[in-house]
Design a protein around this ligand. Structure first.
Ligand code: SAM
Length: 214
């Protein structure tokens, strides 16, 4: 990582901003400090990596706002033995943060170019516990199911049934729910022995979960 003084200061301000937005989990903050967001951006946007804002990536998609990445990761309550599924790889940044907290991360993306690029960055950074897969993530990954944790980083109209079915008992899923082009609700779903418990966490704005491959 580049340790030029202005970069060091930018990263300190970045962590300060995350704290001021309500991120308190030390493991999440350490992961956000360690993973260089600029590695997941290209061109002029790399210089803006430490701004708390979503930024454009290829295929007309976005890398999420860092404080939203942190708060969603915190809400997922990831443990070191967990197998995690992410739907919506995008740049790969969220998966990289999860890789610091979990045993194994599978991330599914409908755009082949994004999945390939993300896998290249994972390989470059030596993040060997992440696998990027091309597919329609709304159907999950039946071959690797069940999962301890599932995170969806695109907005669904309802929590997708196949993802609920692939969550372990005791497992947690975090998913933005609502109509696209409006503000959505971030929902935390816990799978209990007897069914599912739903909790509304906060308002978020995500691109929609889209059917099929890109
Ligand atoms: N997590 C990403 C990151 O860290 O950069 C940001 C995700 S971006 C807001 C949403 C992503 O979800 C886009 O890359 C989009 O192509 C992807 N997506 C949308 N619908 C999908 C689907 N059904 N299956 C897999 N990926 C999907």
């Amino acid at each position: 990582m580049n340790d030029a003084p202005d970069q060091v200061e930018a990263r300190m301000r970045f962590i300060y901003t995350l704290r001021s937005r309500g991120v308190t989990d030390a493991r999440v903050l350490t992961a956000m400090e360690k993973i260089d967001r600029s590695a997941f951006l290209t061109g002029i946007f790399s210089d803006r990596a430490y701004e708390d804002t979503p930024l454009p990536i290829a295929c007309g998609q976005t890398i999420s706002q860092p404080s939203v990445v942190a708060l969603m990761t915190e809400a997922l309550e990831v443990g070191p033995r967990d197998k995690v599924l992410e739907v919506g790889t995008g740049s790969g940044y969220q998966a990289a943060i999860l890789s610091q907290l979990a045993r194994r991360v599978y991330t599914v993306e409908r755009h082949r170019a994004l999945a390939r690029q993300a896998q290249t960055v994972f390989d470059t950074l030596g993040l060997v516990n992440i696998t990027a897969i091309v597919g329609d993530g709304s159907y999950g990954l039946p071959d690797q199911a069940p999962f301890d944790r599932i995170i969806v980083t695109a907005a669904a109209e309802d929590p997708p049934g196949p993802l609920l079915a692939q969550l372990k008992i005791g497992g947690i899923m975090v998913v933005p729910v609502g109509q696209s082009d409006t503000v959505q609700n971030l929902i935390r779903v816990r799978r209990m022995e007897t069914g599912f418990e739903y909790e509304e966490l906060r308002a978020v704005r995500f691109v929609p979960l889209v059917e099929g491959l890109g």
